[in-house]
Structure formats: structure tokens, C-alpha cells
Design a protein around this ligand. Structure first.
Ligand SMILES: Cc1cc2nc3c(=O)[nH]c(=O)nc-3n(C[C@H](O)[C@H](O)[C@H](O)COP(=O)(O)OP(=O)(O)OC[C@H]3O[C@@H](n4cnc5c(N)ncnc54)[C@H](O)[C@@H]3O)c2cc1C
Length: 443
């Protein structure tokens, strides 16, 4: 292997300049650690994942970039889900049970990520762009080595005491160590683009994210700045494979036409920019940390974007990882315990979202989101979950478990009535074949 043109010694190497990496880097830089952050692309660069959650805001505030985010963003008061008659049900974040802010923002990720990256640099991080990490050897605290290649071909050697893998869906470390597992419960792919001229919701709901379902998946409408609306369809991969001749633009429109209420909002819409497709992306890793390393954000897991949880989970894990690393560098003997606590926490939050995600397209769930009932404030608990309050709030968790119980009951009842109907039909059919005179429903 080529000798490095330059070797850098640092406390922490952060791979990736997305929200997870920039959050971890900025907190560590602020704690006085020597941080090297390497991003293979150059900001501003396109990224999907534009709708933030209220629970993001306290982290942005702590970082000191809340006002910058406000300036970049569109005010998002809630998330709306369609009713069969074409109206919609908004879950307003102000109804959340806990202390999450009453709104979030929606941002163009190229602007948001560039801002976070610049902020990490301002916190003292040696943040470099156009530098791709090619190899990593995490051999415990104080023994991390890596090689990276700059856009101009120069090779960088790195010696670090700790490693943060925030390489997103590239999952650099997980691939290297064989931790990555496709999600057996969930497979989806997405096709998306930006449009202008899309009809927004009326009044205070204008900044809502709207979610629509269709037979092969679901779709989002996310209002962004300057009249731009991000629209994308998350589809089961088999459906996406039916694209004829690979014409993505036509395929996206054909798919949107399947959702008449969504399509109606596009009467005057014009596409701006490319149609992009991302393949099957649902995965998780068997481990989140090990001697001298942690994985944060999508570098550890990604399930599905339906509840816009990705950036929040990325930034939350970035912040938690920074605290873990700072403590572990001070007291290496505590590393295992700190990592175990970190992993338990992150897994718990992801599990809450995952339960809803796996069932989101089921008829019972659709019904419960279209016509929610606020018995014992269960609906407010769901709003809290939608706001990202999935880690520390016991009253929210109680409502979430109650919601799950109601869902199970409704599913059993639905199954019973479906089974009852089936038996009745079979009885009718039998009596006809055996000469009985029970009329058969022609349907
Ligand atoms: C279709 C779709 C829609 C989504 N919608 C939403 C949404 O509305 N709201 C939401 O919150 N989330 C959404 N997400 C999820 C969101 O995109 C991610 O969860 C989020 O970007 C994760 O942040 P991250 O920092 O972990 O990774 P990323 O943002 O992917 O950042 C990783 C960075 O690492 C860099 N990198 C990779 N490999 C290397 C390397 N070898 N060397 C150096 N740099 C490297 C990459 O260039 C990248 O900049 C969506 C995801 C998909 C697929």
C-alpha cells in the first residue's frame, strides 16, 4: 500500500460530514478534543431526509445553530395523514405530552448539512471535505489507524485514540467488520424529486409533512423553502422493479396518480431537478460499538423514513456518542459499561419507531391514524412519538404501549370478522352445492 503523504494524530477520527458526524465532532471539539472529521463529498451536496422532528430542536439549540436552522427551514407544525374522503388528520406537535417543542423545521439538506459541517469546524474540528476514508483498523482505545484519499490523489494516514463511524448508508465499519444485516422484516426503496407549484395545506397546516398510502407503499409531501416541495414514494422493491425502460420521471408520476388526493395537489406542479432512486435500504448492525469505536446515525441502522426520524436519531446518537467518548478517553476502564448504556438507549428509541413502521401500511394502522381516538390521551402519546420523544418520557411510553394494545385488539377483531365472513361464505357455498336454497351473494 502507498505510503501516506501526510499523517495526522488526533484524539477522535470522525468519518462522515452528515448530521451524525458533524454533531459528534462539534460536541467533542467543544469538549477540547482534537477531532479530525473527513467527508468524502463536498458541501453543499444533495441528500435526502428533509423533514426534522421537534426533538431535534433542543440538540440544535445546544449546538448553537437553532436560529441558523430556522433561517434555512420551513416551519413544520405537524404531520398529516389522509382520510378516505379526501380530508386529512393533522397530528399537531403542540399536543405532545412531554416537553418537545410545538413544531419542527423542514430543510434542504444540502444547506443544513453544510451549515452543521461549518459549525463543527468553528468548534475547532479539523473538518476536511473531498477526503474519502478507504481503510480503518480499530484496535482499541488509543490504537485506531486509517487511510484516506483526497480528491487530488494525496493519501492521508490517521492515528486516532477513538473512532466515530458516521459514514451513513455507506456503513464503512459495519461492512469492514461484517456487522451489517439486511432487515428481514422490512424492505423498501424510494423514488423522489423536488417540485414547485404544488398545492400546500391551508392556513397553519401549510408546512405539514403529508403522508399518503397506496397499494405498493406510501408517499411524502414535504414543503421546503422558495416554494419547493419534496415529493417521494417509498415502495416495496418488487414494485420499483416494474419500471419500464428505467424512465424514473414517468414512473414517479404514474405512482403519484395512484393516490388521487395527492395527485390533485399536483395539478400545477412542475418538477425542478432530477428524479432520484435509492435502493433497498433497510438494515441494522449486530453491534453499535466496540473497543475504540462507535457507530452513529445511519452507519449503524436505518429502517424507514415514514416518521422522519432519521436525522433526529443521527444527531441524538452523535451527541450521546460524544459524551461516551469524552468519558471513555478520561477513564478507559469504563468504556464497556459506557458503550453498553449507549447501545441500550439507542436501540430502545429505534425499537419504538420500528414497531410503528413495520405496521404502518396495515389497514388497522391506517384506520387508527386517519381516525384517532384520544382515550386516556393515547393520541397525544402518539403525537409525542411523532415528535421524537422516544427515549426518556415514561407517560409517553405508557401511551405508546396502550396504543399497541389497542392495535392488537383491533387486529384480532378485524381478523375475527374477516374469518367469520369467510366461514359464512363457505357455508353458503356448501348449501348451494348440496341443493340448499340459501342465496349466494354475487359479490
Ligand atoms: C428516501 C429517504 C427519505 C428520508 N426522509 C427523511 C426525512 O424526511 N427526515 C429524516 O429525518 N430522515 C429522513 N431520511 C433519513 C436520513 O436521510 C438519514 O437518517 C440521515 O441523513 C442520517 O444522517 P447520517 O449523518 O447518519 O448519515 P448521512 O447524512 O448519510 O451522512 C453520511 C456522510 O458520510 C459520508 N461518507 C460516507 N462514506 C465515507 C467515507 N468512506 N469517507 C468519508 N466520508 C464518507 C457521506 O458522503 C455522507 O455525507 C430519509 C432517508 C431516505 C432513504
Amino acid at each position: 500500500m502507498q505510503d501516506p503523504d501526510e499523517t495526522i494524530d488526533c484524539d477522535v477520527l470522525v468519518i462522515g460530514g452528515g448530521p451524525a458526524g458533524s454533531t459528534a465532532a462539534a460536541f467533542l471539539g467543544r469538549a477540547g478534543r482534537r477531532v479530525l472529521q473527513l467527508e468524502k463529498d463536498r458541501h453543499p451536496r444533495f441528500h435526502i431526509g428533509e423533514s426534522l422532528l421537534p426533538a431535534n430542536l433542543p440538540i440544535l439549540d445546544e449546538l448553537g445553530v437553532l436560529e441558523k436552522t430556522r433561517a434555512l427551514g420551513v416551519y413544520k407544525p405537524g404531520a398529516d395523514f389522509p382520510r378516505p374522503d379526501g380530508s386529512y388528520q393533522t397530528f399537531h406537535f403542540r399536543r405532545a405530552l412531554g416537553k418537545t417543542p410545538p413544531h419542527a423545521f423542514q430543510v434542504k439538506r444540502e444547506e443544513f448539512d453544510a451549515m452543521l459541517f461549518a459549525h463543527a469546524r468553528a468548534a475547532g474540528v479539523d473538518a476536511r471535505e473531498g477526503v474519502k476514508v478507504e481503510t480503518i483498523e480499530p484496535d482499541g482505545i488509543g490504537a485506531v489507524t486509517a487511510r484516506a484519499r483526497c480528491a487530488n490523489g494525496r493519501v492521508l494516514g490517521v492515528r486516532a485514540r477513538y473512532l466515530v463511524d458516521a459514514s451513513g448508508r455507506d456503513t464503512l465499519l459495519a461492512n469492514r467488520l461484517g456487522f451489517k444485516q439486511k432487515n428481514p422484516k422490512h424492505q423498501s426503496a424510494a423514488i423522489f424529486a423536488h417540485f414547485r407549484g404544488v398545492a400546500l395545506r391551508e392556513g397553519e397546516d401549510a408546512g405539514n409533512i403529508s403522508i399518503y398510502n397506496f397499494a405498493h407503499g406510501w408517499c411524502w409531501f414535504i414543503p421546503l423553502r422558495d416554494g419547493c416541495v419534496s415529493i417521494g414514494c417509498v415502495c416495496w422493491p418488487e414494485y420499483l422493479k416494474t419500471r419500464q425502460g428505467g424512465d424514473n420521471a414517468e414512473f414517479l408520476l404514474t405512482t403519484l396518480r395512484m393516490m388521487s388526493h395527492a395527485w390533485k395537489r399536483m395539478e400545477n406542479a412542475e418538477r425542478i431537478g432530477d428524479v432520484r432512486v435509492t435502493g433497498n435500504y433497510s438494515y441494522t448492525c449486530t453491534r453499535m460499538a466496540g473497543p475504540g469505536f462507535v457507530m452513529v446515525g445511519d452507519a449503524w441502522a436505518f429502517v424507514d423514513p415514514v416518521f422522519s426520524s432519521g436525522v433526529y436519531l443521527a444527531m441524538h446518537s452523535g451527541k450521546q456518542a460524544a459524551a461516551l467518548i469524552d468519558a471513555a478517553l478520561n477513564a478507559p476502564a469504563s468504556e464497556r459499561a459506557l458503550q453498553a448504556r449507549f447501545a441500550r438507549r439507542i436501540r430502545r428509541g429505534v425499537r419504538v419507531f420500528s414497531w410503528f413502521i413495520y405496521r404502518f401500511n396495515s389497514p388497522v394502522m391506517r384506520q387508527m391514524f386517519a381516525e384517532p381516538r384520544n382515550i386516556l390521551r393515547v393520541e397525544d402519546g402518539v403525537v409525542s412519538m411523532l415528535a421524537g420523544d422516544v427515549f426518556d418520557n415514561a407517560p409517553v411510553m405508557r401511551r405508546v404501549y396502550l396504543f399497541r394494545f389497542i392495535y392488537a385488539c383491533q387486529s384480532v377483531l378485524g381478523l375475527r370478522s374477516w374469518f367469520g365472513e369467510l366461514l359464512a361464505r363457505r357455508r353458503q357455498a356448501k348449501s348451494v352445492f348440496s341443493g340448499g336454497n340459501t342465496p349466494v351473494d354475487p359479490a
